[in-house]
Design a binder for this molecule. Sequence first.
Ligand code: SAH
Length: 282
Amino acid sequence: MKKRPGFPANLDWGNEVPPPKTTMAVTKLLAPQKKAAAKPAPPVVSPTAMPTRRSKQVSAPVQLGMDSAAVRERMVRKLAEQGVEDALVLLAMGTVERHRFVDSALVNQAYEDTSLPIGLGQTISKPNVVARMLELLRQGRNLMIDGKLGRVLEIGTGCGYQAAVMAQVAKEVYSIERLRGLHERARENLRPLRIANVHLLFGDGMLGYPKGAPYAGIIAAAGGEAVPQAWVDQLAVGGRIVAPLVTQQGQQALVVIDKTPQGIQQQLLEAVHFVPLKSGVA
Ligand code: SAH
């Protein structure tokens, strides 16, 4: 198997020791194919016409005000120190105002390298993890258009932050969320930003979103026991999936799956902590 470019050795692991890069038969990682019998309804698309005239409405806290650019710059410097090298990813992380996506009580922590609660028991991922996953996605076999990824799918919109960052590094972003409350919140969060290339979907992301396929990249913000076959099916040849996965040890690790003309290749990378991937909608 072709070795991927190394990942930064100086990531902040907290108390954890990164597991060695391992290779596992992909059949173990992919979910068993379900019988077509009880076919769940396809995800409901609610086309979020991002460019909207209601841009005056500022739903997010603005306590950070003008200072937020400087705080973001500091965050970006830290990301670079931690090993993120992709200039476009760093630019995107420096552009998107993370404080607009968190509760007003947490605004002061918005640019710290920490995950934060976003309601309904879910969390916004650490900036470091968002940057790392996007960098990995872009290191795939380069289904690039003008230096950006083509169409990408995010499983787990949450508050919409990562979708907004992805919109800077990809031509088109489909992002799907299974909790209606968060889907709505993400829509509110994104509306004033008027990002034209993000499409928010409400539905079960374990089924992917076939209408948008094939994708140059698929990223999951929730960790399952296996990578659903639907994601692999909906990935373009040359495309890449980056997702957290529960390993045999019961821990989560990032998995990278490449769909090559020769078949599927995958690698298991560092330990991560994501909320669980769940089926169905709520
Ligand atoms: N990218 C998000 C992170 C949200 S946390 C952000 O920037 O805020 C992960 C999200 O995945 C949660 O909101 C959870 O509800 C959602 N999720 C879990 N399983 C899912 C599924 N099968 N389909 C869609 N979303 C799912």
